[in-house]
Design a protein around this ligand. Structure first.
Ligand SMILES: [Zn+2]
Length: 440
């Protein structure tokens, strides 16, 4: 029988966090109190210091004395690629043999959860069923990993991002995406991916500098996008898009594509349209990819100052400007940085919060909401995930220190004293850090 448990409450029994500062991610300032978890949900929240009083009675609960540590929701990455294998480029991701690739995907899932990310939305998988199988094995408790929504490979146009096959070997298997031309091909691919079990359909609606198609190009035809949208919708699947160009952001709005990734070049017309439809869309810029490709990939052949690096510097500058405008317009922006390349390794995802604070002018609270509350929304679980509220799923982090005074502490695994997902500890607090005892 497979399965992993981690000592404390492996049976999914009750856990009482006492003496904690509760950062509930509703936007309210933290308050001291207690949180009782029963099964996989938050059963009860009590306000007020319990240090000098009797903790709320909970017969048989495991009591975690947080000794003033911060209890916050687990972080959520809006743009995960668990099958991106930390390789130096797109080709070594795609060319990895399937058997190794499945195992590596599970390794990546653990790295992400170890970093305090208890959920994430798959933004694309390198092979059709990697995400679907990863999600199933995680959900069944057979492998550690974040709560996950499965994507399939990106659907792309001939010559678009993800079409890497050379002219003399025009073979589908050489591509990271599934290459389509015309609405009927789109229809077949969407239906096929849904048959395989994906939760969302991802379209590559713009280019990507590193692949040779400019970020400001918008290659997919209107009727192709419309077909993908209608086929996904009739099976209740959510749509996501790689959409850097302004034209591609407009396509997302016209066709109701909920999750807009990147959006760096959205112009005033696109911003107006997005603001008007802000209840229906969520943006995740994926900034770590821009920053690290421009500045921190020399070891892998992308020298700062080189042509490619300068293209990413230019996009980064546009992206910062666009995201600041979106933020002012009240458009929801999530963290999630396209992690999974050698220069954006999985597990460093919390760096996004620092980027939002330092580059976009988010307050630490706003950055935390972008990593929690809005994450619950991009998971389409807004009524049960991303905040500490009674009845919500118990995905929690016990953090040594105050992330509101410095969001960078969330990048330090040693400061994550405990990681709970679905009411069970992935990382249990050490006895020396948080006293535990069993109540009678
Ligand atoms: Zn991506």
């Amino acid at each position: 029988m497979a399965g992993y448990t981690n000592g404390l409450n492996g049976d999914g029994g009750s856990v009482l966090f006492t003496n904690v500062r509760i950062l509930d991610a509703t936007g309210e300032q933290p308050y001291s109190g207690e949180v009782l978890v029963q099964g996989n949900r938050i059963k009860q929240i009590t306000r007020g210091s319990s240090r000098f009083s009797q903790p709320m009675t909970s017969s048989g609960a495991t009591v975690i004395d947080g000794m003033g540590a911060t209890l916050m929701p687990g972080m959520i990455d809006a743009h995960l690629h668990l099958s991106w294998n930390n390789a130096p480029g797109i080709d070594p991701i795609q060319m990895m043999e399937l058997e190794e690739h499945m195992l590596v995907t599970m390794e990546m899932a653990k790295l992400v959860l170890d970093a305090g990310f208890t959920a994430g939305r798959g933004a694309a998988a390198a092979k059709p069923r990697l995400d679907v199988v990863a999600k199933r094995f995680i959900n069944e408790g057979r492998f550690p990993g974040p709560r996950y929504l499965a994507a399939g490979p990106e659907i792309t146009t001939v010559g678009g991002l993800g079409d890497a096959a050379p002219s003399h070997i025009p073979h589908e298997g050489l591509n990271l995406g599934i290459v389509v031309s015309g609405p009927e091909e789109v229809r077949r691919v969407v239906r096929t991916l849904i048959k395989y079990g994906v939760d969302s359909i991802k379209l590559n609606l713009s280019g990507e500098e590193i692949t040779g198609m400019g970020a400001e190009e918008t290659p997919m035809a209107e009727e192709e996008v419309a077909m993908a949208a209608s086929e996904a919708r009739c099976r209740n699947r959510v749509l996501s898009a790689h959409a850097r160009s302004s034209g591609s952001v407009m396509q997302c709005i016209r066709h109701g594509i909920q999750n807009i990734y990147h959006a760096s070049f959205a112009n005033e017309e696109a911003l107006d349209a997005l603001e008007a439809a802000r209840d229906r869309h969520i943006v995740a810029p994926g900034m770590a990819w821009l920053i690290n490709t421009a500045r921190h990939a020399e070891q892998w052949g992308i020298k700062p100052g080189s042509e490619v690096s300068m293209l990413y510097e230019r996009e980064l500058e546009m992206c910062i400007d666009t995201m600041k405008k979106m933020h002012r317009r009240g458009i929801r922006i999530c963290i999630g940085g396209d992690y999974g390349f050698a220069w954006t390794p999985q597990g460093t995802n919390a760096r996004d919060l620092q980027i939002f604070v330092e580059m976009l002018g988010f307050s630490p609270m706003e950055a935390i909401l972008a990593a929690t509350k809005y994450g619950g929304e991009i998971m389409n679980m807004e009524n049960e995930l991303g905040m500490i509220k009674e009845g919500y799923l118990a995905d929690l982090l016990l953090v040594d220190g105050d992330p509101l005074s410095d969001v960078r502490i969330l990048q330090n695994r040693d400061r994550l004293l405990a990681i709970m997902k679905d009411g069970k500890f992935h990382k249990a607090p050490r006895a020396s850090e948080a006293r535990r005892r069993l109540t009678a």
